[in-house]
Ligand binder design. Structure first.
Ligand code: SF4
Length: 751
């Protein structure tokens, strides 16, 4: 008898969705792909949420794009086209705009789900091929306020400066504006283990979420007032003599100004601003200070505000004042949202950055990256508009747009206006895996490969660089984003410099990032295959530690070393080495002799912070109102967020039957008192009206929300689109829109 066919191999890879980047195994081919538990990956130890478990459904030809589409003038409709035509029409559209209106009339919009290689290639394509400064990405809407606050306080932005595994071993976690029980369910175990170990969990959220239900103490401030809440807690810490004077003296600067700002926010005033009573403030301060070690973790709640940078800064001040930073099992961290939210902001698709988290307006950074790219530094454009400002300029200053991996028609603030701006473009090309609401508006739609069909790296919320492996052969009608960029670059006169092999792109990314704050020079695909990820900074072999942002930490792989293939550790021919670096940031880590791979840096700041003087910086901040306070006409606060069964704009997850059954559409969560005032019962349609528009969805009446606040998830387009209502008021530093707070009124709806 013939031997049975061998079972398809299991391919270890990672989930395509959120920043936890859970490990999973894939098995199968074609339309039958199975997710198999992968328990060797420490972050999730085999656990997956429903989104990850059902991710293969989006690989099905039933829901995905399988060939390019071009809008035909005769019909006005998107119709099938060859790849050659689709790329030619796209290149012509971008070229025509540049010729008529200049390079900055061409925009590029990326996504926090793109791999590091794609983000890198897209940024290089914009600046080298198109010569435009107008590139930004949807990660601006995600964690940019935390990134700005990180940089201000610590001189370096990595979401978590410690691994997740440290969380259960600290004494207290103060979790601000995160509903991780729904956004990344496998991460909840870090909090339950914390409690099992005797630790304390304090959750700050205007709603009693599934995460808040786990808390020892839940504080529910009015949305947009958690800056005042942090100041009030710091006031109590100072008043009760619970600051860590030695830590403040030895490892920080700026305390007196921050202290004075906090002392102006006495508890009774904070109670009036936030709605959180003084006894609960005192209880929170005591729980936090009584713990031998404590962590403050923030997510979108405090960050998506027009004062998000200052709000995160206030929470960092609390951690610094109590000595909870720069030592093991303590610190401040941000729980990044999108799958490659961390890596996506490090490698050049952000308006003000070059690869390696270098700043675009830094002459040394420009010279280094230009050397890697083989171009004149003076030819590189300067910083461009931030994401919302770029979208707002469409059809006016920016006339053509190439968009990759984003769906702003659903996810951008003031979405009806953004949709109108997209419609007014001279030319729009969208690369995506499905016909999203934004792709529906395009002149050209470029169908691209998905996570399981391509190899690439992502960087999870811990700063752990991971390898997603190709497990499946993509359908014949799709191409990878790297192939799209390569094809367009060639048609626009750059045949070289845009390889399609992800490992080759990663090799160049390593050289471009070398010596920068997010240094990947010592990371190779081979290491990522052999290890469970590598934490950046990871300089090239033989360089002890990492001096990110510190004096004398210039580029090590010099600009001239640009031509060769990616170097594996230990083969650094032509490397210049460089001056001795600061001591390693990982306790006990000494780098290693020349030729030894750097181990990566799971824990930052243990010896020094990444500021010029090595000290963390207190930033004095004061409370201010939301950009749009409530008034007689709009008396209720709207806040937005996510539900467990959908992901971001829902472009992928709304196409999965199981997820749609669990979360079929939007809703308006409101307190029974508010529901009674409006006159709506549970399940009845209710209209939410802001100065920007109107959305209608069924009421979900619940005591788990403040009576002065309503909540809407933002995953859906159409009549229930939450972002029709949201306010694009921007944080002055991070340019983050105020998704989390706007003024609305509620009406009974006949819709
Ligand atoms: Fe894990 Fe996030 Fe994927 Fe869920 S969506 S399986 S939490 S990576």
């Amino acid at each position: 008898a013939p031997a049975p066919a061998p079972a398809p191999a299991l391919v270890p890879t990672h989930c395509p969705y959120c920043a936890l980047q859970c490990g999973m195994n894939l098995r199968g081919s074609g339309e039958t792909v199975e997710v198999v538990e992968r328990d060797d990956f420490p972050v999730n130890r085999g656990a997956l949420c429903g989104k990850g478990r059902t991710a293969p459904a989006v690989l099905s030809s039933r829901v995905r794009l399988t060939g390019p589409l071009v809008r035909r003038p005769a019909t006005g409709r998107l119709e099938p086209a060859t790849w050659e035509e689709a790329l030619r029409v796209t290149a012509d559209g971008l070229r025509r705009t540049r010729a008529r209106h200049g390079a900055d009339a061409v925009g590029v919009f990326g996504g926090g789900g793109l791999t590091n290689e794609k983000a890198y290639a897209l940024g290089k394509f914009a600046r080298v091929v198109l010569g435009t400064s107008q590139i930004d990405y949807n990660g601006r809407f995600c964690m940019s306020s935390a990134a700005a606050a990180h940089n201000k306080a610590f001189g370096l932005d990595r979401g978590l400066p410690f691994p997740l595994e440290d969380i259960p071993r600290t004494g207290c976690v103060l979790l601000v504006g995160s509903n991780l029980a729904e956004t990344m369910p496998p991460a909840l175990r870090y909090l339950t283990e914390l409690k099992d170990n005797g630790g304390t969990l304090i959750v700050v959220d205007p709603r009693r979420t599934k995460t808040a239900e786990q808390a020892d103490l839940h504080l529910a401030p009015r949305p947009g007032t958690d800056l005042a809440l942090a100041l009030g807690l710091l006031h109590l810490v100072v008043a009760q003599g619970r600051t860590d004077r030695e830590f403040i003296r030895e490892r920080t600067t700026g305390w007196e100004e921050a202290r004075a700002a906090a002392m102006a926010h006495w508890p009774e005033l904070v109670e009036r601003i936030t709605g959180v009573g003084v006894p609960r403030l005192r209880e929170a301060a005591a729980l936090f200070c009584d713990a031998p070690n404590a962590m403050v973790l923030t997510a979108r709640g405090p960050e998506q505000q027009s004062k998000g940078t200052d709000t995160v800064g206030a929470w960092i001040n609390l951690a610094l004042a109590t000595g909870n930073a720069g030592r093991p099992l303590a610190g401040y961290g941000c729980l990044t949202g999108q799958g490659n939210g961390q890596g996506g902001r490090e490698h050049g698709q952000k308006a003000d950055q070059l690869p390696g988290y270098r700043k675009l307006d830094d002459p040394a950074a420009r010279a280094h990256v230009a050397g890697v790219w083989g171009v004149d530094p003076d030819s590189l454009p300067g910083p461009g508009r931030s994401a919302y400002e770029l979208l707002d300029a469409l059809g006016r200053d920016v006339r053509s747009l190439l968009l990759m991996g984003s769906n702003p028609v659903v996810s951008a603030p003031r979405a009806a206006h953004v949709e109108e701006r997209l419609r007014s473009l001279d030319f729009l090309a969208v690369a995506d895996v499905v016909l999203s609401e934004t792709a529906e508006l395009a002149d050209v739609v470029l169908p691209v490969t998905q996570w399981a069909e391509e190899t690439g790296t992502t960087t999870n919320l811990e700063g752990r660089v991971l390898l997603r492996r190709r497990a499946l052969t993509p359908p014949p009608g799709v191409r990878s984003d790297l192939e799209v960029i390569h094809g367009l670059a060639g048609l626009l006169g750059h045949e070289k410099g845009f390889p399609t092999d992800p490992e080759e792109v990663f090799g160049e990314l390593r050289r471009a990032s070398s010596g920068g704050p997010a240094d990947y020079a010592g990371i190779s695909y081979r290491r990522l295959e052999e290890e469970q990820g590598v934490f950046w900074p990871c300089p090239e072999p033989g360089v002890p530690g990492q001096g990110a942002g510190m004096p004398g930490s210039g580029p090590r792989l010099e600009a001239g070393e640009t031509g060769g293939p990616a170097r594996e550790p230990g083969t650094g021919a032509g490397q210049t080495g460089g001056p001795a670096r600061e001591p390693a940031m990982e306790a006990g880590q000494t780098g290693g002799p020349a030729g030894e791979p750097h181990p990566g840096t799971p824990r930052l700041f243990l010896d020094r912070f990444a500021t010029p003087d090595g000290r963390a910086r207190f930033v004095p901040v004061v409370h201010r109102e939301a950009a749009e306070p409530t008034d007689a006409e709009y008396p209720v606060v709207l806040t937005t967020g996510r539900v467990v069964a959908q992901y971001q704009s829902g472009a992928q997850t709304r196409r999965v039957d199981e997820l749609n059954a669990a979360a079929p559409g939007p809703f308006v969560q409101l307190h029974p008192q508010l529901a009674a005032r409006v006159g709506v019962a549970d399940g009845e349609p209710v209209a939410v009206v802001s100065r920007r528009g109107r959305a209608v969805a069924p009421a979900r009446v619940s005591e788990a929300i403040r009576p002065d606040t309503v909540f809407m998830p933002f995953h859906w387009p159409g009549a229930g689109r939450a972002n029709t209502l949201t306010n694009p008021a921007l944080d002055p530093t991070s340019r983050m829109p105020e998704f989390k707070v706007c003024a609305v009124r509620l009406e009974r709806s006949q819709d």
